[in-house]
Design a protein around this ligand. Structure first.
Ligand code: CU
Length: 116
């Protein structure tokens, strides 16, 4: 079992640096990327990501209802994301992560993290 604090970093609010938005497909690896996932109409958009270890995913909730992005296996969790809020997760470890919303378990996504 991975310890949450080792696995993830949570950052609320604005980024402290300029972030580049990565394409949502596999890319030549040229450093850590920031990948955006929207949560809208009770769905993760996109609902499948392919990223590299070290990349960050920023989950932004566009719904009125609060949501979470939660590793089904329990390794990481954004916690509650309110309307208009974002939470970032840094994926330090390779693996395939099944993602759900704790409040709405039918909301699913998959994050595939390959070695950087
Ligand atoms: Cu939800």
């Amino acid at each position: 079992m991975r310890v949450l604090s080792d696995m993830t970093r949570r950052r609320f609010g604005l980024l402290t640096g300029a972030g580049l938005v990565a394409p949502l497909t596999l890319h030549a690896h040229d450093g850590p990327h920031l990948v955006e996932v929207g949560i809208e109409s009770f769905a993760f958009v996109p609902d499948r990501l392919e990223i590299h270890a070290g990349d960050t995913v920023r989950w932004t909730n566009h719904d009125i209802a609060p949501h979470t992005a939660t590793d089904k296996a329990g390794g990481w969790d954004t916690g509650r994301i309110g309307k208009g809020e974002s939470v970032e997760i840094v994926f330090d470890a390779a693996g395939t992560y099944q993602v759900i919303c704790r409040y709405h378990p039918k909301m699913t996504a998959e994050v595939v993290v390959t070695e950087s």
